[in-house]
Design a protein around this ligand. Structure first.
Ligand SMILES: [Zn+2]
Length: 302
């Protein structure tokens, strides 16, 4: 692709896995959806490793995820970005939000919050200085309904103050929260389009609230149907989704394409990966997914 076409098409997409285990089928579908969307727009496709939470991570998982993406010929542009190297950026944003009076220090203990049904009651909203240490930092949520248009799921609205309350952006254990880091990095990387699993749909209004407070332009969103097992649970390491085989990725790629409503013609199915991906790129159409809430994982991959 020439430099000029990149200038004319500033699309930047990304795949952002957490290295809590090897890539499983559900994540492959998300990676594939965002890859195809970027390819079809002649855009760049970035990979970001969301290693914010060391206790949840598995040694070697980042390298294994990247190797698996390569084995499926999902090649990324630019260097892989690792969130563990970006704490200064997240701290800077915490300080910005405090300075804007959109952040405050929260010293509530878990037991103090126990009766609040995961909705922060606003106890520490006036704490502009830490009351004791260690403290969390929360983001002050406005009392309003936030809506956005999702390319696949349509209009999605949430009243965050009622449903969630003020959200943590820096945890008491001094780790930065996912919601903050994802906004900082998508903005810093110039991401224009976020294509990811619809398990993250209800996180999006929290991120939109942060975009607004920071006066950053919001990316376009498309939340893909999630892949579930026989009992309707999302596939994850916790419910025993096995890692993907890297030996002959074609059968798995065809299953992943089927989860995205892409069914290559029979004669193409025995071709090489790049032919199949090229066909998928030419036929990618997210509007086919708009009525589909989830897709079943093929049994042998579970
Ligand atoms: Zn508090």
């Amino acid at each position: 692709m020439g430099v000029n076409s990149k200038l004319l098409t500033p699309y930047r997409g990304r795949f952002a896995p957490s290295p809590t285990g090897p890539l499983h089928f559900g994540s492959l579908v998300a990676a594939l959806g965002s890859f195809l969307d970027a390819q079809q727009h002649n855009g760049s496709w970035l990979v970001r490793i969301e290693d914010l939470d060391p206790p949840r991570e598995q040694v070697g998982a980042s390298a294994s995820i990247l190797r698996t993406l390569e084995s499926f010929h999902l090649f990324w542009d630019e260097d892989v970005l690792y969130q563990h190297q970006r704490h200064a950026l997240y701290e800077d944003h915490c300080q910005q939000l405090l300075a804007l009076n959109r952040g405050f220090y929260c010293s509530c203990s878990r037991s103090q919050l126990k009766g609040s049904h995961h909705i922060y009651p606003g106890t520490c909203r006036n704490h502009l200085q830490p009351q004791n240490s260690p403290c969390a930092i929360r983001f002050r949520i406005d009392d309003e309904e936030l809506c956005f248009h999702d390319q696949i799921q349509g209009q999605y609205c949430q009243h965050l103050r009622k449903d969630v309350g003020d959200i943590v952006i820096k945890r008491k254990d001094q780790l930065y929260a996912y919601q903050l880091a994802v906004v900082c990095d998508d903005h810093a990387q110039g991401v224009t389009h976020v294509v990811r699993g619809s398990d993250l749909l209800d996180n999006t209004p929290r991120q939109l609230a942060l975009y607004r407070a920071l006066r950053y332009p919001m990316p376009c969103y498309a939340h893909l149907p999630i892949v579930v097992n026989e009992t309707g649970q999302k596939l994850s390491k916790q419910n025993q989704a096995l890692p993907l085989s890297q030996q002959d990725p074609r059968p798995t790629l065809l299953h992943a394409l089927a989860a995205l409503q892409l069914h290559p013609p029979k004669e193409l199915r025995s071709n090489n990966l790049d032919d199949i991906l090229l066909w998928a790129n030419n036929n990618w159409n997210p509007s086919l997914l708009s009525k589909q809430r989830s897709s079943l994982c093929p049994q042998h991959l579970l």
